[in-house]
Design a protein around this ligand. Structure first.
Ligand code: AMP
Length: 182
């Protein structure tokens, strides 16, 4: 049928993100991406939009866990390597680690020390930008591991929490792209 060839618009794809009030704590409006992932057209359109923003990067890095889903798909689509930033204690080789606060708690992420050897240019991907603590930790680790971060890509930016400002203050040369801003 001819309509099978009509590509879903990005703005339609983004409507598949579901709001869950008071999860995982009262007062948090959780952005649930699972309906978007479950829809093949919506997922494909979002990965295509992200892929168009990967320019000089050698590596697409993702932040555990939801950042992995997009970063791995973008890496495969753009013929780049994928590198995981994982929660502490999960990576088997030598790591750099950084602690950070997020919208609903504290956490720590790690990356293998040799992930970006030879000064790799990288793009870092996550699902949501809230306070910016997670991405600042990833950016700090990337720099310690020798990467040059070209850009940060997020699906959803919660603008009122100052994440973009925090990242830009600490990493002024990193471009921040979000597909949708609240
Ligand atoms: P932050 O470090 O505060 O920018 O928080 C971003 C990280 O926490 C991302 O890895 C998100 O997966 C998660 N996160 C924070 N706030 C939300 C939210 N309202 N909905 C979904 N995920 C969130």
């Amino acid at each position: 049928m001819w309509w099978n060839w009509v590509v879903m618009k990005l703005e339609t794809a983004l409507t598949f993100i579901r709001d869950i009030p008071d999860y995982p704590k009262p007062g948090i409006l959780f952005k649930d991406i699972t309906p978007l992932l479950a829809n093949p057209e919506a997922f494909g359109v979002v990965v295509d939009a992200f892929a168009a923003d990967v320019k000089s990067s050698d590596i697409v890095a993702g932040i555990e866990a939801r950042g992995f889903i997009f970063a791995a798909a973008i890496a495969a689509q753009t013929n780049r390597g994928f590198v995981p930033f994982r929660k502490s204690g999960k990576l088997p080789y030598k790591t750099y680690g950084a602690k950070y606060g997020l919208e609903y708690g504290d956490d720590e992420i790690e990356v293998h020390v040799d992930s970006f050897s030879d000064g790799k240019i990288i793009t870092i991907v996550d699902d949501v930008l809230a306070t910016g603590g997670t991405l600042c930790a990833a950016l700090e680790l990337a720099e310690r591991a020798g990467a040059k971060v070209e850009s940060v890509l997020v699906l959803f930016e919660i603008a009122g929490l100052g994440g973009r400002e925090q990242i830009s203050a600490k990493f002024p040369n990193v471009e921040i792209r979000s597909l949708v801003t609240s």
